[in-house]
Design a protein around this ligand. Structure first.
Ligand code: FAD
Length: 388
């Protein structure tokens, strides 16, 4: 079904949307159900995304990226997420977080060494901020980086790292202040970590409710020796960099959520036309029509807010509040719309024969990662007071 976007897309954006949709239907859709069931991460997609330029969408051409604007990237991401939100994690994390951090705060040498191959899809990027005891309160993280000559020795456990077992470059946040002189958010550095570093170890693989085709792992860093030239920017400002990057990351989660919600809506429209009870298609009943109307309205409103925010970002405006609003609205829309979709499918919505139960499971985490809904509300409320 052709999505009714309410957006004016340029010819280039339409073309990228078409490429993303064709790719998703050809290379992902036939396998999604199996990957979800088996918890399988399809590593070959990284190179395929790379060939399309989809892993360097926001990276300038001088570093082998496509140098596109944010809206175009989000249009492509929504298409991938509509088919498989777990696969969209790979594209979203890589484009929004590690590559943007290196682009913005990396040295020229770091850009040549890491960003260029990341833009080409030769290296997959990941982002390691959370820890077992530091989630919403990420500034309380305890992974410690200690100077040893030119190098850093990093020790600690990072939690919930999306594709942390498959990534070639991981941006790891670690404390650069000392236990007796803590500086909170200002005593944390960001480091470019590669799995070949001595002391890098992949720990527990999480067995998840949804997004099962995206691996989520702990990383055990045991006196991991990191060369000094892997520190990103100011060694005490890594947490600030991470937070600023999450403003972008949340736009990606919003696009992913809209993709999930849109898929649930489209499956529901089709099913409501086919399923007959009491001698009529269930779409003839007002109770079902109202659900479909509300689903469509919420998806469209979420997308409109997201794209207005993307435009503000590309104009160089500060988007912290709108980015949180976009993520909050879209993720709660995804959860609400998928819940309605399961209801419209009745018992068939509760079994794996139809896709809406996967969409329902996948939707939940969008209200949790890159800041829970509660944290988004805190950010929005804080911004209200700082701007009025
Ligand atoms: C599948 C998955 C992938 C992830 N990928 C990554 C990744 O790639 N990199 C990474 O760094 N992290 C990742 N995360 C971690 C994710 O960002 C955290 O799970 C999230 O920030 C919440 O932290 P927590 O799980 O520790 O929950 P907690 O912070 O313990 O929160 C528990 C509950 O308390 C609420 N709460 C906490 N503080 C407050 C408050 N002040 N006021 C009101 N309510 C509050 C929360 O909203 C939540 O409902 C991922 C998580 C998942 C599940």
């Amino acid at each position: 079904m052709e999505p009714r976007l309410l957006l004016h897309l340029t010819d280039e954006q339409r073309e990228i949307q078409r490429v993303a949709r064709d790719f998703a239907h050809r290379e992902i859709a036939p396998y999604s159900r199996d990957w979800d069931r088996d918890g399988h991460f399809e590593r070959s997609l990284v190179a395929k995304f790379g060939e399309l330029g989809f892993l360097g969408m926001l990276i300038p051409e001088q570093y082998d990226g496509l140098g596109l604007d944010t809206a175009t990237y989000l249009v492509a991401l929504e298409e991938i997420a509509t088919v498989d939100a777990a696969v969209a994690i790979l594209m979203g994390v890589h484009n929004s977080l590690p590559t943007q951090m290196i682009l913005r705060w990396g040295t020229e040498d770091q850009k040549q060494r890491f960003l260029r191959p990341m833009a080409r899809g030769e290296y997959l990027g990941a982002f390691a901020l959370s820890e077992p005891e530091a989630g919403s309160d990420a500034a309380s993280l305890s992974t410690q980086a200690v100077r040893d000559g030119d190098d850093w020795i990093i020790t600690g456990t990072k939690a919930w790292v999306s594709h942390g077992d498959a990534a070639d470059v991981i941006i790891v946040m670690a404390r650069t202040d000392t236990p007796d002189a803590r500086h909170g958010a200002k005593g944390i550095g960001a480091f470019i970590v590669t799995p070949d570093l001595p002391g890098f170890k992949v720990g527990k693989h999480e067995d998840k409710m949804g997004m099962r085709a995206s691996p989520t792992v702990q990383l055990s860093l045991e006196e991991m020796r990191v060369p000094g030239d892997r520190a990103l920017g100011d060694i005490h400002r890594g947490f600030v960099y991470a937070l600023q990057s999450l403003d972008n990351g949340r736009l990606g989660i919003a696009a992913q959520s809209i993709g999930i919600a849109r898929a649930a809506f489209e499956h529901s429209v089709k099913y409501a036309g086919e399923r007959r009870q009491f001698g009529a298609a269930i779409r003839d009943y007002e109770a079902i029509q109202f659900k479909l109307a509300d689903m469509s309205t919420r998806v469209t409103a979420s997308r409109a807010l997201l794209h207005a925010t993307a435009a503000a970002k590309d104009r160089g405006e500060r988007i912290t509040q709108f980015s949180s609003m976009s993520k909050l609205l879209a993720s709660e829309t995804a959860m609400w719309v998928t819940t309605q979709a399961v209801q419209i499918f009745g018992g068939y919505g509760y079994v794996t024969d139809y896709p809406v139960e996967r969409l329902f499971r996948d939707a939940k985490v969008t209200e949790i990662y890159e800041g829970t809904s509660e944290i988004q509300r805190l950010v929005i409320a804080r911004e209200l007071y700082s701007t009025t």
